[in-house]
Design a protein around this ligand. Structure first.
Ligand code: GSH
Length: 233
């Protein structure tokens, strides 16, 4: 049995982290049985979630989780795609994970209003006396990360200009397809759904929600996948 280590549902989303939603989607797409563990972040081998335990093997990072599923279970997430299509799918995935992710982090962690009603609440269980210190330290670490990546050096307006360009590209690639690369769900859909549902979260105040909802194909794709894979939400 596989155990998926994740944060758990927050803000009406399947998980606070799009990477955890992606990992869960990969397991669901591959049709593998798994159970969730939402209490083992401190044991994460790379200091990040998600990670999985499959028998005695521990695998951290969604891309390595995907590779593990491909190798151990012989499941091909890109079955039927030619080399060009696989390349497009991989590029889309990495645009979301390594570029649009930082828009999300900026909107949630840098913006005061969103931070106060979002990430700040992750620390509610910490003892009241030291809570402000922990919040300041972790928020500072995340903001430093946005600057190290580079996204955090832009103005909000510039960040949202970049977001719009990325969202418009996604809409263009999806076109009239049912799934990102055609009629059949494939690996990139795990990431695309995870990011679209997370970036559309109405708990937060961000123009990115309107950018996504402005594309009927993206909004319908997100809602279709949510209804199929997370019907309880
Ligand atoms: N490349 C990793 C990224 C995972 C990741 O960034 N996880 C974040 C949540 S979105 C995390 O656990 N952050 C906690 C920390 O850095 O302390 C993957 O694909 O799994």
């Amino acid at each position: 049995m596989i155990t998926l280590y994740k944060f758990g549902p927050f803000f009406g989303l399947p998980d606070a982290s799009p990477f955890c939603i992606k990992a869960e989607m990969l397991l669901k797409i591959a049709g593998l049985e798994y159970k969730n563990d939402m209490d083992s972040f401190t044991k994460a081998p790379k200091g990040k979630q998600p990670y999985i335990k499959d028998d005695s093997e521990v695998i951290a990072d969604t891309t390595f989780i995907r590779m593990h599923i491909e190798k151990k279970y012989g499941f091909d997430f890109d079955a039927g795609l030619n080399a060009y299509e696989s390349g497009v799918a991989w590029s889309v995935e990495k645009m979301l994970e390594d570029h649009l992710y930082w828009v999300l982090i900026n909107d949630r962690w840098v913006n005061d209003e969103n931070f106060n009603k979002g990430p700040r609440t992750f620390f509610n269980a910490a003892p009241a006396l030291i809570r402000p210190i922990i919040v300041k330290m972790i928020r500072g670490k995340v903001i430093k990360g946005t600057k190290a990546h580079g996204m955090g050096r832009h103005s909000d307006e510039q960040i949202h200009q970049l977001a719009k360009r990325a969202i418009d590209s996604l809409a263009g690639i999806l076109g009239d397809n049912k799934f990102f690369m055609g009629d059949k769900i494939c690996g990139v859909d795990a990431t695309a759904f995870a990011w679209l549902v997370t970036l559309s979260c109405k708990h937060f105040n961000t123009p990115v929600i309107g950018m996504i909802d402005g594309h009927q194909n993206l909004a319908q794709y997100r809602d279709r996948i949510q209804a199929q894979f997370f019907p309880d939400l």
